[in-house]
Design a protein around this ligand. Structure first.
Ligand code: SF4
Length: 729
């Protein structure tokens, strides 16, 4: 008898009459899949496919990538600039000159009246790297505000901060090829099959060839947890306790790699003292994982010839996300698992070009991982751009999560949002809405004019999307890959690169500084700025043609290197980016500082992504075949809890927190424990009406995944009507 796939007929792809395939990189998640877009005789896009010779995806794509070419003519696209004279009026069409002149004049007016930092810019992880570089030049070199950040603060800031504290520099040290070598993998708060399906496919394929233990740490029985050998359903927010207890076992039983510790680390004695307080006998009562299991996984990890950790938002989106990352790094450093095949500490990044913004946007510093507080770095960039060094601030300004409270308190009066939608993505939406009402002037630059935040914009700048423009992305494993320009921008929308260049011309410094006219010109500048100085971020040997030929190259890749191979791993020589070249073991103590369930609000509210969604659904919500699989805001609830409350499967309920409420459909499943609900986080007017979003002290990233809610019954007809209205776009 035949089961499954063998029984089905193969899927036949109809003849699309493709005349030419054009090379691109996926513009959704950070996996970095290479996509070829097929055009027919008339230059019309008729299909797309995963590139078979690209090392990342080897011909595969997830549902978002397969349908990505539907973006170009999806509903809600912005086709012309829009402006309104007062917040009460409707938008009116404007020319690009009118929209840019008004925006620049208003920025200058606000800065003259309230100071340079009273105007803020918040960007994204969605642009192409050359666009990030150009925006950085505009903001740091021309506009001159220090309150400039990316929405990556909502997803990756803790990983950046943890890497910097441990290794002295950002930059994930490992790669997907490590799955082929590792002898043990530990995944913290990462649901790869839904968040990064093609990375999961790489992992699954490696385990099918050669089984190795996979341990998944997650309070929810995620899809990845279902495939694990061991699932540790940890109590939310206690990862530091679990890791410290594992370190306790390793030190107690002498399982650490003392030679690596002695040769390459600082802080070992202090770490030993700290973890001495985390005996698994006590730790089990805090983290919810029993003593024997803690000992078992600690031994399994330490005794493996090589072991690796991966993590995503379960670690980063926490009040101690940066500590969590540093502690995962500790685990790998004390077992000698950095810089070797199968031994690494690999943060799985969120957005497609979160890495590009980290490397080149100047949000947290200056291009190429340069620091504002470093005089030499400031001078290098000032000289190269041709601005006075004193124009740069000497330390970083506010992050996105601090910019919004500064709007509330009146320090920030104007804001420019680029490809980000904080009205949906920020925690505590009722409070964020009030902040938008206080702004004197808001520019929204986005592909879609129906993006929710546009409700408060004075000027809307319509941007081109994905392959309507040209440039690079950097993926999770530091691979720089290229998107070729395949199709002209929709309507009168423009590439973000063009918009930044045009805006620069409207500022005094913009006429002194050279802005390259093409993305490739900007890439050449970035290459120049990456040469030498001992930094790992070196792209000086790359070119657009080389990148396309290799289907992506991993940095560092230096001038004169024609191998097209790049560098799969960092720190292979045990030399780190710290002053003494040694890495830091950071002692981490558990801080129990978040909202927890109580009598009034008895459920944990957890959130995450489902495979069909991305980036507050601005794009995926418009693509028919993505949207139709997950169109309705819902929550997972344990059947026992549902029964106790009289909640039935597929009925609507109201969730209430101390901040607000949200109506969702109940889905009964044993994936969540009895005291937890889980909600996909991309729906507007949903989970972020409930979240508290306390901030990590280092990274300023919000703890989206921990707050307390109660469940109430609602009128089913009214709730269904509300849901229909939500879906009406
Ligand atoms: Fe795109 Fe990520 Fe899907 Fe690959 S896994 S096709 S990069 S969304």
């Amino acid at each position: 008898m035949l089961f499954g796939r063998k029984k089905r007929k193969p899927i036949l792809i109809p003849a699309k009459k493709v005349k030419e395939w054009k090379y691109t990189t996926c513009n959704y998640c950070s996996t970095g899949c290479a996509i070829e877009i097929g055009l027919d005789d008339d230059g019309k896009i008729v299909t797309s496919r995963g590139h078979a010779r690209a090392d990342v995806n080897r011909g595969k794509l997830c549902i978002k990538g397969i349908l990505e070419h539907d973006l170009f003519h999806s509903p809600g696209r912005g086709s012309q600039p829009l402006m309104r004279a007062t917040k009460q009026e409707k938008f009116q069409p404007a020319s690009w000159d009118q929209a840019l002149d008004t925006s620049a004049a208003k920025i200058r007016e606000i800065q003259e009246k309230y100071g340079r930092d009273s105007f803020a810019v918040v960007s994204t992880g969605q642009l192409l790297t050359e666009e990030f570089y150009t925006l950085g030049k505009l903001v740091r070199g021309c506009i001159g505000t220090n309150n400039y950040d990316g929405n990556t603060t909502l997803c990756m800031a803790s990983a950046v901060s943890g890497y910097k504290r441990s290794f002295g520099s950002d930059g994930p040290p490992g790669c997907y090829d490590d799955f082929e070598h590792t002898e043990c993998l530990m995944a913290f708060g990462s649901n790869l099959p839904e968040q990064h399906p093609i990375i999961y496919w790489r992992l699954k394929e490696a385990r099918e060839k050669r089984h190795f233990p996979m341990i998944v740490i997650d309070p929810r029985v995620t899809m990845l947890a279902q495939f694990a050998d061991i699932h540790l359903p940890i109590t939310p927010g206690t990862d530091c306790v679990l890791i410290n207890a594992m370190l306790y076992v390793m030190f107690d039983e002498g399982l650490q790699d003392q030679a690596y510790i002695d040769a390459h680390t600082n802080g070992f004695e202090e770490l030993k003292v700290t973890v001495a307080d985390y005996d698994p006998i006590q730790a089990q009562h805090i983290c919810g994982i029993d003593e024997d299991m803690i000992r078992h996984v600690a031994r399994l990890y330490a005794k493996a010839g090589c072991a690796m950790s991966i993590w995503t938002m379960g670690i980063n989106q926490s009040t101690h996300g940066s500590d969590g990352v540093a502690n995962i790094n500790n685990l790998n450093l004390v077992t000698g698992n950095i810089g070797k095949p199968g031994g690494t500490s690999l943060s799985i990044t969120g957005q497609c070009n979160a890495m590009g913004t980290r490397e080149w946007s100047s949000c947290s510093g200056l291009p190429g991982y340069r620091a504002l507080k470093n005089t030499r770095h400031r001078q290098e960039i000032a000289n190269f751009w041709g601005v006075d060094e004193s124009f740069f601030p000497e330390k970083r300004g506010l992050t996105q999560t601090d910019i919004f409270p500064a709007i509330e308190s009146g320090e920030i009066r104007g804001l420019w949002l680029v490809a980000t939608n904080p009205l949906t993505s920020m925690a505590n939406q009722p409070r964020i809405r009030k902040m938008f009402e206080k702004l004197d002037f808001l520019i929204v630059q986005d592909v879609y004019e129906d993006v929710e935040t546009n409700e408060y914009a004075d000027v809307f700048l319509p941007a081109a999307v994905w392959a309507e423009k040209e440039g690079c992305h950097t993926n999770t494993e530091r691979r720089v890959n290229l998107t070729r320009n395949v199709i002209a921008p929709y309507g009168d929308s423009k590439p973000d690169f063009w918009i930044f260049n045009q805006m620069a011309k409207r500022f005094e410094n913009g006429n002194k500084i050279y802005f390259p006219e093409t993305p490739e010109g900007a890439f050449e500048e970035m290459k120049h700025l990456s040469i030498g100085a001992g930094r790992t971020l070196d792209i000086s040997g790359m070119s657009y043609d080389k990148i396309e030929q290799a289907k992506g190259i991993q940095w560092p890749y230096s001038q004169g290197d024609d191998s097209l191979k790049g560098s799969p791993r960092l720190y292979t020589d045990g030399q780190y980016q710290t002053p003494d070249g040694r890495t830091n073991l950071i002692s981490v103590k558990f801080r129990d500082n978040n909202e927890k369930p109580d009598e009034k609000y008895p459920f944990w509210c957890n959130s995450g992504r489902v495979v069909e969604h991305f980036h507050t659904r601005t794009r995926t919500g418009k693509i028919g075949n993505c949207n139709k699989f997950s169109p309705t805001p819902y929550m997972e609830i344990n059947p026992d809890a549902a029964e106790a409350l009289g909640v039935e499967h597929q009925t609507y309920v109201r969730l209430v927190s101390r901040r607000g409420d949200a109506v969702v459909l109940a889905q009964l499943t044993h994936r969540v424990p009895r005291d937890m609900v889980f909600i996909p986080f991309h729906f507007h007017d949903c989970v972020n009406r409930l979240t508290l979003g306390l901030l990590d002290p280092y990274s300023r990233q919000p703890a989206f995944k921990q707050c307390a809610v109660r469940i109430e019954q609602v009128d089913q007809v009214e709730a269904a009507q509300l849901n229909l209205e939500r879906r009406s776009f």
